[in-house]
Design a binder for this molecule. Structure first.
Ligand SMILES: CC(C)(COP(=O)(O)OP(=O)(O)OC[C@H]1O[C@@H](n2cnc3c(N)ncnc32)[C@H](O)[C@@H]1OP(=O)(O)O)[C@@H](O)C(=O)NCCC(=O)NCCS
Length: 139
């Protein structure tokens, strides 16, 4: 195994991962647009083979979103997910300026909450905060 983390991923590789984890491929134009407008993209490769991805969408201010954390099923449990989440958090940290604070938001897949909690993410709802919510448009 020759694992390398780079700051890019092709649309084809991104869709391979989506299919492998059961999220389904996006149409090429939409996937490309999402990747291009992300502030930070990780593509994890074993030689030429895509094995993982994660990305940060950030408004340049105080809100960022950790999206599309995916590891190929036959590469799961090797620490790749942990590494990519840490890299994503480190990227956001690196963008802080004097007096700034940035919130990283994510929506955990069902049962994946514990994967994120050890990085400091708060599970919602809790005593102070309501549940996260979402709304799909189209499709
Ligand atoms: C969730 C996912 C990204 C984890 O990636 P991974 O490379 O297998 O994770 P790691 O090997 O780095 O393990 C990270 C930690 O998460 C734990 N973990 C792994 N899979 C888990 C799961 N399904 N549920 C809860 N914890 C899990 C591991 O035990 C490990 O714990 P530790 O750090 O305390 O030892 C991967 O299972 C995946 O791609 N799943 C399908 C897509 C998905 O659900 N993504 C998350 C969307 S919110």
């Amino acid at each position: 195994m020759d694992i390398v983390y780079q700051e890019s991923i092709t649309v084809e590789d991104y869709n391979l991962l989506r299919e492998a984890v059961g999220w389904g491929a996006l149409c090429k134009e939409q996937a490309q647009s999402g990747l291009e407008h992300s502030a930070y993209v990780i593509g994890c490769y074993d030689k030429e083979k895509i094995v993982g991805t994660a990305r940060i969408i950030w408004d340049g201010g105080y809100i960022s979103y950790l999206a599309d954390v995916m590891v190929m099923p036959d590469y799961q449990g090797l620490g790749i997910g942990n590494q990519m989440v840490q890299m994503a958090i480190d990227f956001v940290k690196s963008q802080l300026k004097e007096g700034w604070k940035i919130k990283i938001v994510l929506i955990a897949a069902k049962g994946r909450e514990t994967f994120y909690k050890k990085f400091g993410f708060n599970e919602r709802p809790n005593e102070e905060a309501g549940a996260g919510m979402d709304l799909w448009i189209g499709g």
